[in-house]
Write a protein of this length. Structure first.
Length: 200
């Protein structure tokens, strides 16, 4: 479908958002995009705990995943940012990374790219939409092109989040499922297709 350069940049404490990012990466690659899957450095936050032993093991493994740098954003035609919802906002760790991009912002290197977001909460709704909107506040300042899913596919009437993709993880007892995977696939397909048009 494309040789679009796609950066998937996420923070995840207990593995849910990481699983979402991995799905986006796999689908993005299947679409022909060149994908960089990058995690923001994990640092402890009060209240975080792996809900299951399996998630704890996954989170431990993720420590070895490639860390994000500013170059990953500059390089990309499209960027998907993922974060757990924290009090209806993105995680501070992702915000610290975004705040480190001042030089690239000043040089205009963050503008004119496609952006969208994904998140995970413990509770139903739980601030998913406010998290995505908070993320998008930053993208306006970048001069980025936000490509939300809207209701551009029948599947969006099932997951019901026109702002991006959100998964309700419960206490870690609600793993990623078909509804979320379908929503992620739709988002990355739309983002890659739009970026391809912009880079043509
Ligand atoms: C400090 C903190 C704040 C949180 N705030 C919310 C919240 O506002 N709404 C919610 O439903 N879950 C909240 N959660 C739960 C996480 O969003 C949820 O566990 C998420 O699935 C974790 O994603 P991860 O596995 O990728 O780390 C919070 C968790 C922490 C540690």
């Amino acid at each position: 479908m494309s040789d679009v350069k796609l950066a998937i940049v996420y923070y995840s404490a207990t593995g849910t958002v990481r699983g979402m990012a991995e799905r986006l990466a796999a689908t993005g690659e299947s679409l022909g995009a060149e994908v960089r899957l990058r995690q923001v450095e994990r640092t402890p936050t009060g209240g975080e705990k792996a809900a299951t032993d399996e998630q704890a093991a996954e989170a431990e493994e993720a420590k070895g995943a490639a860390g994000v740098t500013a170059d990953d954003i500059v390089w990309a035609d499209a960027v998907l940012f993922g974060s757990p919802t924290r009090y209806g906002n993105i995680a501070g760790q992702l915000k610290v990374f975004i705040d480190s991009l001042g030089a690239q912002w000043g040089a205009g290197q963050l503008a004119d790219k496609v952006y969208a977001g994904f998140t995970s909460t413990s509770t139903l709704h739980g601030g998913q939409e406010s998290t995505l909107l908070a993320l998008y506040n930053t993208i306006y300042h970048f001069g980025g092109i936000i490509v939300p899913p809207g209701y551009t596919d029948p599947s969006k009437f099932v997951d019901g989040n026109p702002y991006g993709v959100g998964h309700v993880a419960g206490q870690g007892d609600r793993p990623l499922d078909g509804v979320t995977f379908t929503a992620l696939d739709h988002l990355v397909t739309r983002v890659v297709a739009t970026a391809k048009k912009l880079t043509a």
